[in-house]
Ligand binder design. Structure first.
Ligand code: CP
Length: 301
């Protein structure tokens, strides 16, 4: 049984295969009839132990457009609240003849744990602060669509790097595709070990914007912070917030991205998020085709 647990263990060829397959599925879902019968005999459970809007709906639409049968599980309102374990929960779902599990969990490694214990494909839809592989794939797909081959392209990931699973998956994915990666944020929100991954580090958002072709801006994840937050949201917005004037003043093409949800007025002003620099909603659109590709390729294994 094959899984998609993270980007770390994929190679460049795997990533290109997923992105090229997604290109074909994007053509399919732009047709009047958006469905193909590829997963007609497959049942997929979307098992979410953490909140989600984009990832969950995107997986569900991807599954339905591949003609899979779909069931959705949220930990809130389930028997997890009565003390049922992760493994018991998933084994009970599998007993209902489910073939694939798409899961989001707050614990880093939860999908890896499950993948060694259940006879079904596991797709990681975000595990705590660890990885969010389909987000990185849809980000790379969206960059490639806008800029072509990513070899030598400069990507700045700006924001709360420490608490972000999107940052780590993006770093792995972009480096495997030959891009240069910079992370930018206050030192309290950049993990010490990141220079070991070969990324540039900046604490100056204007420097990062000058340097990059793409700014992928991340949210401050207050819900994951154990200690009293520093800097405050007001300080963060003052020193690291990005507005449209800053992008216009660069006098060069720059692509603005954000995985969502946006904290408008904190990491991005509304005039930046909604500007012509932004491809934020294209990212969301592309997420369906990328997830169709991931599910389709796993089902072939
Ligand atoms: N980008 C992302 O993972 O958004 P959701 O948390 O809404 O799924």
């Amino acid at each position: 049984v094959r899984h998609l647990l993270g980007i770390k263990n994929l190679n460049e060829n795997d990533i290109h295969t997923i992105l090229d397959t997604a290109t074909q599925f994007k053509d399919v879902i732009n047709r009047p009839i958006k469905k193909v019968p590829s997963l007609r005999d497959i049942t997929i459970a979307n098992v979410f132990f953490e909140n989600s809007t984009r990832t969950r709906l995107s997986f569900e639409l991807a599954e339905k457009r591949l003609s899979a049968d779909v069931v959705n599980f949220s930990a809130s309102g389930s028997s997890v609240k009565k003390g049922e374990t992760l493994l018991d929960t998933v084994n009970n779902i599998l007993a209902m003849k489910v073939d694939m599990i798409v899961m989001r969990h707050s614990s880093p490694g939860a999908p890896h744990y499950l993948s060694t214990r259940i006879p079904a494909n596991v797709v990681n839809a975000g595990d705590g602060t660890h990885e969010h592989p389909t987000q990185a794939l849809l980000d790379a797909f969206s960059m490639r669509e806008k800029l072509g081959d990513l070899t030598g392209k400069k990507i700045a990931i700006i924001g709360d790097i420490t608490h972000s699973r999107v940052a780590l998956s993006n770093i792995f994915c972009l480096q495997k595709l030959g891009a240069e990666v910079m992370v930018c944020g206050p030192s309290t929100l950049i993990p010490k070990h990141l220079d070991e991954l070969g990324v540039k580090i900046s604490h100056n958002v204007k420097e990062a914007l000058q340097w990059c072709d793409v700014a992928n801006v991340l949210r401050i994840q207050l819900e994951r912070q154990q200690i009293k937050y520093f800097p405050s949201l007001r300080e963060y917005s003052l020193y690291y917030g990005i507005n449209k004037a800053m992008l216009d003043d660069l006098n060069k093409e720059i692509v603005l991205m954000h995985p969502g949800p946006i904290n408008r007025g904190v990491e991005l002003s509304s005039d930046a998020a909604d500007s012509s620099h932004s491809i934020i909603l294209n990212q969301v659109e592309n997420g369906v085709a990328v997830r169709m590709a991931v599910l389709y390729l796993l089902a072939q294994q």
